[in-house]
Design a protein around this ligand. Structure first.
Ligand SMILES: *Cc1c(COP(=O)(O)O)cnc(C)c1O
Length: 357
């Protein structure tokens, strides 16, 4: 068996047997051997000292923000082109998101625009490795505010030889079902800073240390990943290189399709590498083409609206973000998973060519 192709989810008998083993053993909560195994395996895969598994990527962002001491009265810089979780996490800790425009080529947060948005209130910056492309971390580090790397879409990418997930002061992953590496629902925070890691472990577990039950040392919540999800994660970690390589093959085929049609795509800087995440291209007459693709049964969609245009979030839009808004208006994302075949992608390519003609 192997894959649930309908949803494009890359799970095998290995993950099934690991989960079954966890259920049989009775380790079903957020305490269990797979959780620590997953954390150690992830830390070594990424090349960081500490990885902490959590229930989802959104809580991972909240955990990172809280551990950095971000709260009411603080501002956090957030790129305007992203899935909304970074902005929502800033609001969840009572701080104010400041939306910053993205680079029109790489679509990641523009360091010059971030510098222009700095003020004494800015307490942190969330850089999103959007659609798998690493942001410009060396330039962002020069801004002098702590950087949270949101690598939710960037498993297996590199920046100047370093893995995504190791590029900010603290980084987060999501392992949601549509992410390159999945645990169903899940996330992690990664850092080389032992104090930050300690604060995050406490916060994640009711403010208690494992060896001091019912002694609450700090504000804490329950952000834990279950041992069941972590068991899937252990199987995914064993297959990491293979899953990432197949994702790169699929997005690479999409890029050939887009190039043949002369479409504008996101650029990867020469010092970065990425397997990509979702096949995406900017398409003229976007709405008309999208409607024709959908009519042909292709699960194509727009990218996320820019955060400055979101019904709930636009109240916080204080700076113009024309590049993010233009990309969000004109780009289409195509069905992508590491289980897609050459024929699957050719079918989408043919439908796109027909829809554009
Ligand atoms: C998916 C995603 C998240 C949220 O992760 P969940 O696990 O779904 O909570 C955060 N940031 C980005 C950029 C994402 O794509």
């Amino acid at each position: 068996m192997a894959t649930n192709h309908a949803h494009g989810i890359d799970l095998t008998d290995r993950e099934i047997s690991l989960v079954t083993e966890a259920v049989r053993s009775g380790w079903i909560s957020g305490v269990g051997p797979s959780v620590s195994k997953f954390e150690r395996g992830l830390a070594s895969q990424i090349g960081v000292r500490e990885a902490i598994a959590v229930a989802n990527g959104t809580l991972a962002l909240e955990l990172a923000l809280r551990a950095l001491g971000v709260g009411p009265a603080d501002e956090v810089l957030v790129p305007a082109l992203t899935f909304a979780a970074p902005a929502m996490s800033v609001l969840a800790v009572g701080a104010t998101p400041v939306f910053v425009d993205v680079d029109p080529h790489t679509w990641t947060i523009d360091p010059a625009q971030a510098r222009a948005a700095l003020s004494p209130k800015v307490r942190a910056l969330i850089a999103v490795d959007v659609l798998g492309r690493p942001a410009e971390y060396d330039e962002l580090a020069e801004l002098g505010v702590p950087v949270i790397e949101d690598a939710a879409e960037a498993h297996g990418a590199t920046y100047k030889g370093r893995q995504t997930g190791s590029l900010g002061d603290v980084a987060i992953f999501s392992f949601y079902a549509n992410k390159t590496i999945t645990t169903g629902e899940g996330g992690a925070v990664c850092t080389d800073d032992p104090d930050l890691a300690d604060r995050m472990r406490l916060m994640c577990n009711h403010g208690m240390r494992a060896e001091e039950r019912y002694v609450h040392r700090s504000l804490g919540r329950n952000f834990r990943m279950t041992n069941l999800s972590a068991s899937i994660g252990v199987g995914q970690l064993e297959r990491w290189d293979d899953i990432v390589a197949r994702r790169a093959e699929v997005t690479g085929r999409y890029d050939s399709v887009f190039a043949a049609l002369g479409l504008r795509v996101q650029k990867t800087s020469s010092w970065s590498s990425t397997p990509g995440w979702i096949g995406t291209a900017c398409v003229p007459e976007t709405q008309r083409v999208l409607a024709r693709l959908v009519a042909r049964g292709i699960d194509a969609r727009l990218l996320w609206p820019a955060l400055t245009r979101q019904p709930y979030l636009r109240a916080w839009a204080t700076r113009p973000c024309p590049a993010a808004e233009e990309i969000a208006r004109s780009c289409i994302q195509f069905p992508t998973s590491s289980t897609m075949t050459v024929a699957d992608i050719a079918e989408v390519g043919d439908a796109l060519a027909a829809a554009m003609s």
